[in-house]
Design a protein around this ligand. Structure first.
Ligand code: AMP
Length: 209
């Protein structure tokens, strides 16, 4: 199955996409994670992307399309994949449609207030990328690998507001686009992880019938 997770930053796309990817045995392709890896490794794509990512702006469409087009040719994608964070503009969606037909779009719907609370309180392990929220932190270091917990540069309050504005202006129109294609299914992004996963799982079962 070829699935896209849509929703504002912090809606839980990454976590839910990871859980669904494990369950279905298909790769999760997170363009944000790919860019952060490239930035850490200092590759040309990473160096080009850094100023956009750090300020919460979108990396240009041609860069993102080339990156995803190449990733989708890798052998692990033959049985399907989960896209998380791409497409994020109508242009990206239309071009993707030209070389790959999605089967399902899961839209995580959540208020801006909830997003701001989630993202500004998010802490990320500098070593393994595990995420936590300060409301539930029980340790100063990562529970999985003892790495240092840091604030992602783009989770700073001004940048979060910027990312939300970018989402509403550039990405939200995809909801209409995929509704018109009858691919979109909405899930409440404010649900707990478990309840969100149960809701998604039942959508997947119906889609697979
Ligand atoms: P994310 O982890 O999905 O929130 O992505 C982090 C950042 O990476 C975004 O704020 C953008 O700067 C960049 N990014 C990720 N995916 C895309 C995309 N499809 N198009 C443009 N920029 C992207």
């Amino acid at each position: 199955m070829k699935i896209l997770f849509l929703g504002p930053p912090g809606a839980g796309k990454g976590t839910q996409a990871d859980m669904v990817a494990r369950k279905l045995g298909i790769p999760q392709i997170s363009t944000g994670a790919i860019l952060r890896e490239a930035m850490k490794a200092g590759t040309p794509v990473g160096l080009d992307a850094k100023s956009y990512v750090d300020s919460g702006l979108l990396v240009p469409d041609d860069v993102m399309i080339a990156l995803v087009r190449e990733r989708l040719t890798e052998p692990d994608c033959t049985r399907g994949f989960i896209l998380d964070g791409f497409p994020r503009t109508l242009e990206q969606a239309k071009i993707l449609d030209g070389f790959c037909k999605l089967d399902l779009v899961i839209d995580l719907v959540i208020s801006d207030e909830a997003i701001v609370h989630r993202l500004t309180g998010r802490r990320v392990c500098a070593d393994c990328g595990a995420t936590y929220h300060i409301d539930r932190l029980t340790s100063d270091t990562c529970l999985k690998c003892s790495g240092a917990l840091i604030i992602r540069q783009d989770d700073a309050p001004e940048t979060v507001l910027n990312r939300l504005e970018v989402y509403h202006r550039q990405t939200a129109p995809l909801e209409t686009y995929y509704t018109q294609m009858d691919l979109l299914r909405e899930v409440d992004g404010a649900l707990s992880l478990e309840d969100g996963f149960t809701a998604i799982d039942s959508i997947l079962r119906t889609a697979g019938e």
